[in-house]
Design a protein around this ligand. Structure first.
Ligand code: C2E
Ligand code: CA
Ligand code: CA
Length: 763
């Protein structure tokens, strides 16, 4: 039982785990994608930045080279004309582009200044060959026929010297032209020094001597030009560039960028960069971004993602927990509903089944009491189901109040309760005490001016003597209860002989099934006489000749047939058989007389029975007025309205109704008056003592008075002696039946009897 709900519960948390896993995977995917986006974005920005820088710096240099070449040619021209005014020429050139250039100078091959622009005129100009910072590039410029860059220096703003050898047409070296390119300018490319941000560094690195031409991260890097890049670091960088990824060649691009990654040796910082190489002027243009910065940027977003995912999962957790708790609550409710009776709130059979295991494994012995209310159906039918329900609820309440802790009370069905009580030393005393308690509980239940004291028939079975399983115990207690029912409102203990009786009943039921089709059932007929001693009718009495059980008296099998439902087919068989027997007999003898048929209360109340009965009589050779239906007085505690309806239908058809065993039941005079009976039968138990017991006599007199009062005939059954007959005649009894006149007779014997009767009609 508990298995299914548990698995639902497990499922819900499995679902949650799946959700968590999905969220984690999604988070990982998302953060990874974000990292990818961040790095490729940065890379792309760096690439375009590098191209931009590279383009403008390279074109600046080319422009400078053009100008220097021009100046060189100009100076050559003037020398040839013999009047070389170099300075004015230099000034003129510089004025073309004053924001780019700090000045121009012409040096001799020995490193001495030949002339400068006016702004650079100094008292003692330095010899470039004697200055370590300029010597190297100066020498290289002499050897080279392209423009050569020198080390960046402060003059007083930062400039890059660019030198070029000036030769005449014979290739004779005239001097070295040097232009100072402003890189800390107020306008132009360097003035803007576009970078991605302070985390981004742009470097122009000369490969010839590892000197840095220019370095900025938005602000100029301090003293970048003072020292060359250390050898090892430079090698690592070159290696990184070699291993870097070359951008796919693009026809419109002059050169492909290289994307690389390396550790700047200084503080082992990882850097991601993009580079372009200018082979003419021998420098790398590098853009570098610290990986730490990227990681920081990444972490900011990732933290947000993680926080969102965590918030989502936490809220989901609470949602799932809410659902889980709701479900658990519902399960508990359902379980409670499954285990409890809705009317009384008491535990039900399901609960008993589950609880029984615990009682069984407990150390104590215990008893099972099967409690059945007496005449509860009568209460229901008389006073309505709501009163019946109220009584049950009140009983349950009283039971629960009165019973001790170590008991379990269960509503087993309609008006049946099962009680488990732990028994200690003296179980009989305990059981009897509980029995008395229960009877006290049942007394005086008052509702709307009515007081009910329903009796209880209680059967007791003990664990483990009378059974070890719940079924065995229930059956044993039921057997005992059946015994108690005979007396009603009492308590009976299970005994093995009861078990035997029970088994006998079971056997009867088994063998009775289908007995009528096997020809084991036939009828005996007992004559009924009037005051003149004439036979005016017969009562059909069923007989069962079982090949296994022998002759079984109707008292033994009719109640079982009623209880098991076999009575329906058996009853119709009896009716058909009696109608056929008597019709045949009347045809043979030419005599007409009345036929009384016993119908069990249960069958009488069955839906459609009365229609069936009338139909069967109609299709027989007997008239409706010849038939009398005997029902026992017990019937009257059933549904009075329905009985009234049935009796009226029978009366309307002309069939007579007889109230059997009158005086033994509980029917009140008022109910008797309201029902259309033709006849009452005084029970044999009164007839037996009518001559020697005043109360019996008084009872008989009463019944006869009632009958006369309501216009009913009164029949005394079980008349055995002449004295009884005389007494009954004196009292005014109309009809008689009993061994004094005839025993129930087989059909043939009845025929003989009728024949004799017809010979001597006055007896
Ligand atoms: P009942 O309807 O009260 O039937 C009368 C019973 O008393 C019969 O017993 C009958 O044989 C017996 N009896 C009649 N006169 C005397 C007498 O002077 N002295 C003694 N000691 N007994 C006498 P039986 O046939 O054993 O039937 C017992 C009960 O079984 C009946 O009581 C009736 O309630 C039931 N029964 C019998 N036949 C049928 C039937 O066909 N249908 C139904 N539903 N019940 C039947
Ligand atoms: Ca009868
Ligand atoms: Ca009777």
């Amino acid at each position: 039982m508990g298995f299914r709900p548990l698995s639902i519960r497990r499922n819900i948390w499995l679902l949650y785990k799946l959700l968590c896993a999905t969220a984690v995977i999604a988070l990982a995917g998302l953060t990874y994608a974000h990292w990818q986006y961040l790095t490729t974005q940065t890379e792309a920005s760096q690439r375009s930045l590098v191209k931009q820088w590279f383009g403008s710096f390279s074109s600046l240099l080319e422009q400078q080279e053009t100008i220097i070449t021009l100046i060189g040619q100009d100076i050559l021209l003037r020398q040839r004309e013999g009047n070389p005014d170099i300075r004015s020429e230099l000034d003129r050139l510089m004025n073309i582009n004053p924001e780019f250039f700090a000045g121009f100078a012409l040096f001799s091959t020995a490193g001495e200044v030949l002339d400068t622009t006016s702004n650079l005129v100094r008292p003692d100009p330095p010899n470039l060959l004697q200055q370590p910072e300029s010597k190297d590039s100066f020498v290289y410029a002499i050897e080279s026929d392209k423009m050569v860059l020198g080390r960046t220096y402060n003059a007083p703003r930062l400039v890059i010297p660019a030198r070029k050898a000036i030769r005449d047409t014979d290739g004779q070296l005239l001097g070295i032209m040097t232009g100072a390119l402003k890189i800390q300018a107020d306008s132009g490319h360097f003035a803007h020094a576009a970078v991605l941000g302070p985390h981004n560094r742009i470097t122009i690195l000369r490969t010839r001597d590892r000197y840095i031409q220019y370095a900025t991260n938005g602000e100029l890097i301090a003293d970048f030009f003072v020292q060359p890049l250390p050898e090892t670091q430079y090698r690592q960088l070159m290696q990184a560039l070699q291993q870097g990824q070359r951008e796919p060649e693009h026809p419109s691009e002059r050169q492909a960028t290289i994307t690389f990654r390396w550790d700047t040796n200084s503080d082992r910082e990882h850097v991601r960069g993009v580079a372009l190489y200018n082979s003419r002027y021998e420098f790398w243009l590098l853009s570098e971004v610290e990986e730490g910065y990227l990681i920081n940027q990444f972490l900011k977003t990732a933290t947000l993602y993680i926080a969102l995912a965590a918030a989502f999962l936490i809220s989901m957790f609470y949602l799932f927990r809410f659902i889980d708790r709701e479900q658990q609550h519902r399960r508990q409710q359902l379980q409670y509903q499954a285990d409890h009776d809705t009317l009384t709130g008491l535990p039900n059979r399901n609960f008993l089944l589950e609880a029984f295991d615990q009682w069984q494994t407990g150390k104590q012995n215990f008893s099972l009491l099967f409690i059945d209310l007496d005449h509860f159906k009568g209460i229901n039918d008389h006073f309505g189901h709501s009163i019946g329900d109220q009584i049950l609820v009140e009983l349950a309440r009283r039971f629960e109040q009165a019973l001790r802790e170590d008991t379990l009370l269960v509503r087993h069905g309609g008006d049946e309760f099962v009680l488990l009580i732990a028994t200690h030393a003296d179980s009989t005393a305990a059981e009897e005490r509980v029995g008395r308690q229960i009877n006290a509980i049942c007394a005086n239940i008052a509702f709307s001016n009515m007081t009910f004291s329903p009796g209880c028939s209680i059967g007791v079975a003990r664990y483990p003597e009378h059974g070890t399983t719940l079924d065995e115990l229930l059956r044993a207690a039921d057997v005992a209860m059946y015994e108690a029912k005979k007396e009603r409102n009492t308590l009976r203990f299970f005994r093995t002989d009861l078990e035997e009786q029970y088994l006998y009943r079971v056997r009867i039921e088994q063998h009775l099934r289908g007995a009528e089709t096997r020809g084991e059932i036939f009828l005996a007929y007992q004559p009924q006489l009037d005051q003149d001693g004439r036979i005016y009718g017969v009562e059909a009495l069923v007989r069962w000749q079982s090949p296994v059980l022998g002759n079984v008296p109707p008292d033994a099998f009719i109640p079982i047939a009623e209880h098991s439902g076999l009575i329906t087919t058996l009853g119709y068989h009896i009716i058909d058989r009696a109608l056929a027997d008597i019709a045949g007999l009347q045809q043979q003898t030419g005599q007409t007389f009345s036929l009384s048929i016993n119908v069990s209360a249960r069958q009488l109340m069955e839906n459609g029975f009365i229609d069936q009965l009338l139909e069967r009589i109609d299709s027989s050779l007997l008239g409706f007025e010849q038939i009398c239906i005997e029902v026992t007085e017990n019937l009257l505690i059933e549904d009075i309205e329905q009985i009234h309806h049935i009796l009226t239908r029978a009366k309307d058809a002309g069939v007579r109704m007889s109230l059997d065993d009158f005086g033994t039941g509980y029917s009140s005079l008022s109910t008797l008056r309201s029902l259309p009976f033709h006849e009452v039968k005084i029970d044999k138990s009164f007839v037996d003592h009518v001559t020697d017991d005043k109360t019996a006599l008084a009872m008989v007199q009463n019944i006869i008075a009632i009958g006369q009062n309501y216009g009913m005939t009164v029949l005394a059954e079980g008349v055995e002696t002449e004295e009884q007959l005389q007494c009954l005649i004196t009292c005014g009894c109309d009809h008689f039946q009993g061994y004094l006149f005839a025993r129930p007779l087989a059909l043939d014997d009845l025929r003989a009897c009728i024949a004799r009767e017809s010979l001597s009609p006055t007896q």
